[in-house]
Structures are given as structure tokens and as C-alpha cells.
Design a protein around this ligand. Structure first.
Ligand code: 5GP
Ligand code: MG
Ligand code: MG
Length: 180
């Protein structure tokens, strides 16, 4: 049982999220008009965002799932990228949109983008629901960002702490005393 006292301030409500995801879907649909894209959902964190975003995109698209790991059970990055589950379709000549929950140090997306570039896609763009630019270590920017956030550890809408809180329908700050 999760102690609700561990959840601090809610920074984006269900309604805030819905509105922003609709805007992103519209923008992506317009910018890729006439093309077909592959949405690459990076598990587990972006499952909720991908499901909502995909339903706001009205151009032909397929959805693939990939699981990588660069974070342990805690709140700090471990550096290198480990592919736990790869997508199982060829991507040469395809337009890829990588969908992430949050860019923090940027190490994960930077490594992922390099890896996809070697598979000869027509294009690779990045879409992150949240962006924490103050913590960036790798030279990477998302092409589409839901919200730019400050340096707090966030949970909900797919984002976890030790596998919990992914089911919260909002984004909240996890209280520091809970993980420090
Ligand atoms: P990066 O490689 O950019 O440092 O790490 C990205 C990954 O770290 C995200 O996909 C996410 O799994 C995790 N992460 C980074 N910041 C947060 C945060 O504030 N909350 C949660 N729950 N995960 C985070
Ligand atoms: Mg992630
Ligand atoms: Mg995590």
C-alpha cells in the first residue's frame, strides 16, 4: 500500500495533461502530414503518454515498444544504455518518433538516437512528455516537449519511484524525505 503522504505538490493535473497532449498530437499530425510514422514507445515510463498521444495523432502510424534501462531503482542515472526489449521491425526508410516520459541527463535519449541512426531510418525525432533541462549532461534536445520542469523528482502518468506511482493520473513531486 502506497502512503499518500509521500506525494507532494501536483504540478500537472489530469486536465492540464489532456490539453497539452491534444496540442502535441495536432502539431505532430500537421508536421508529418502526408507521411507515415512509427511511434517508438520507450517502456515503461512512456506507456501512458504514448497511449494518449497516439490517439491524438491522425496520420497513419504504427506503434512499437522498446524497453531500455539507464536508471536503477533509485533516482540517479547509471550512465550506459541497456536494451532490455528491442523493437522487432526494420526501420530503414521509416520516419521514427521516439516517445519518452522525461529527459533528465539526456544520456538515455542520446544513446537511443545514436543507436537508431545506425539502422538507416528516413528520420528520427524525439518527443518527451517532460523535460528537465537543468540536469542535462548529453547534448540532446527533444523536438516535441510536453512541459519543461524544474529539478524535482516527479512521479505519475507513467513515471515511477521503485515501480510505484505510474498509475497516478497526474504529475506530482515526490517528497524528498521519501527517497533521501
Ligand atoms: P536520462 O538518461 O535523461 O537521465 O534519464 C531518463 C530516464 O530517467 C527517464 O526516462 C526516467 O525513467 C528517469 N527519470 C529522470 N528524471 C525522473 C523523474 O523526475 N522522475 C522519474 N520517475 N523518473 C525520472
Ligand atoms: Mg524513460
Ligand atoms: Mg523509472
Amino acid at each position: 500500500m502506497i502512503d499518500p503522504k509521500t506525494i507532494g505538490e501536483v504540478i500537472y493535473t489530469r486536465e492540464d495533461i489532456k490539453k497539452r497532449v491534444e496540442e502535441l498530437g495536432k502539431q505532430i499530425s500537421e508536421e508529418y502530414a502526408g507521411k507515415e510514422i512509427i511511434l517508438v514507445c520507450i517502456l515503461k515510463g512512456s506507456f501512458a503518454f504514448t497511449a494518449d498521444l497516439a490517439r491524438e495523432i491522425d496520420i497513419p502510424c504504427s506503434i512499437e515498444f522498446m524497453q531500455v534501462s539507464s536508471y536503477s531503482n533509485g533516482t540517479t542515472t547509471s550512465g550506459s544504455l541497456k536494451i532490455i526489449k528491442d523493437i522487432n521491425v526494420p526501420v530503414d526508410g521509416k520516419h521514427l518518433l521516439i516517445i519518452e516520459d522525461i529527459i533528465d541527463t539526456g544520456i538515455t535519449l542520446n544513446n537511443l538516437k545514436k543507436m537508431f541512426d545506425t539502422r538507416n531510418p528516413a528520420s528520427v525525432k524525439l518527443c518527451a512528455f517532460l523535460d528537465k533541462p537543468s540536469r542535462r549532461q548529453a547534448p540532446i534536445e527533444a523536438d516535441y516537449v510536453g512541459f519543461t520542469v524544474e529539478d524535482n523528482f516527479l512521479v505519475g502518468y507513467g513515471l515511477d519511484y521503485a515501480q510505484h506511482f505510474r498509475n497516478l493520473p497526474y504529475i506530482a513531486i515526490l517528497k524528498e524525505e521519501y527517497y533521501k
